[in-house]
Design a protein around this ligand. Structure first.
Ligand code: OSB
Ligand code: MG
Length: 370
């Protein structure tokens, strides 16, 4: 299948509410859409790194730079029968790191190839689940009362697992109040690397609260110290920022750095690497779950598809479109019923991009023709 045209779009969409983590506060999300076309078929991908380098070193602008200068010009007009053909493209392969940029086009190719094959993306990648369990990630709030109020609202909407962001000073006391109010709720905490090994005693105290897991407590680049921390505490550690590929996952598992892994398609460079990590974790009895980057509907559709693999045993940060945006760029939007989301059955990503909304939120576009 010859690709005839690839289009890049830089979008900027306001969030319904600002989102605060240990590293930043965001009120809108900028992602790059990658649209791969021939005469009959269009594949859609989303580079989901955000506009700031405070979660990972990539940004929307670096993804744009890498895609527009080093990848897209060398992929347009090539033959792609399967995603491996992209991964074996020598220009694509030569780019080191920049996983979120590379994932943008990898995901578009997966959608494209599934549509060529006449199947859903979930089916194309070997997914077996028809529905997935959905959790919700809540940013840092100004007070315990506000946090409890937020949680109530999401529980009323049917979400069954709550993740709250933590940072030094917004940690044990807040978690304790949430646990007191909701004795049986599956609760997890995400530190986005805000702590270090001097905080071991704090984590031992957090052990009392029976959390499902604590996500990325230590440095964004660390695997070693997490192993030391995991030996000291009962709460399972889940790695997010430090896992970029299957080799990182292998080291983390062998060292005992975590008991759970968060897979984000962008962070690991796309679906192919995500499947490798999923399979390795399955062999090692490490459950995985799908993390989120405040995706628009296109990125969300890819998340739902990967979530349909069987070792995605824990609810992911794949919430309904209305948790994030006033209007999403796909039809239908993603919705949650009693904490459950359906895996689309249509071809490819299974949802239809709304070009009028995509135009409305586009700040920059570039077309490459073969
Ligand atoms: O650490 O999981 C994270 C959003 C942006 C960057 C990093 C993270 C997050 C979230 C949001 O937690 C999850 C979501 O998309 O709902
Ligand atoms: Mg995280």
């Amino acid at each position: 299948m010859k690709i005839k045209e690839i289009e890049l779009r830089h979008l900027s969409i306001p969030l319904k509410e600002p989102f605060r983590t240990s590293t930043e506060i965001k009120d809108h999300i900028e992602h790059v859409l990658v649209i791969v076309k021939n005469d009959d078929i269009i594949g859609y991908g989303e580079s989901t790194c955000n506009q700031t380098p405070y979660y990972i070193n990539e940004t929307t602008e670096t993804a744009w730079h890498i895609l527009s200068k080093f990848i897209v010009p060398h992929v347009v007009a090539t033959n792609i029968e399967k995603p491996e053909d992209l991964l074996n493209n020598k220009f694509y392969k030569a780019v080191r790191g920049n996983n979120f940029a590379k994932a943008g086009i990898e995901l578009a190719i997966w959608d494209f190839v599934s549509k060529v094959n006449g199947v859903s993306l979930s089916k194309q990648i070997g997914g077996s689940k028809k529905t997935i369990e959905s959790g919700v990630s809540i940013g840092i709030q100004d007070s315990v009362d506000l946090l409890l109020e937020k949680i109530e609202v999401f529980l009323e909407q049917g979400y069954k697992r709550i993740k709250m962001k933590i940072k030094p000073g917004f940690d044990y006391d807040f978690l304790k109040e949430v646990r007191k109010r909701f004795p049986n709720l599956p609760i997890m905490a995400d530190a986005n690397s805000a702590f270090n090994l001097s905080h071991v005693d704090l984590f031992k105290k957090i052990d009392e609260l029976n959390l499902m897991m604590i996500e990325q407590p230590l440095s964004y680049s660390d695997i070693f110290d997490h192993a030391k921390l995991q030996k000291e505490i009962k709460t399972p550690i889940c790695l997010d920022e430090s896992i970029h590929n299957v080799e990182d996952a292998k080291q983390a598992i062998e060292l005992g750095s975590c008991k759970i892994i968060n897979i984000k398609l962008g962070r690991v460079g796309g679906i192919m690497e995500a499947i490798k990590i999923h399979d390795l974790c399955k062999e090692n009895d490490i459950p995985v779950w799908c993390g989120g980057m405040h995706e628009y509907g296109i990125g969300r559709a890819h998340n739902v598809a990967i979530n349909s693999l069987d070792n995605f045993k824990l609810p992911g940060d794949v919430s309904g479109s209305d948790k994030y945006y006033h209007e999403d760029i796909v039809d239908p939007e993603f919705i949650i019923n009693d904490g459950i989301m359906e895996v689309p059955k249509g071809l490819g990503i299974g949802v239809q991009p709304k070009m009028d909304l995509i135009d409305k939120y586009t700040v920059k576009r570039l077309n490459f023709k073969g």
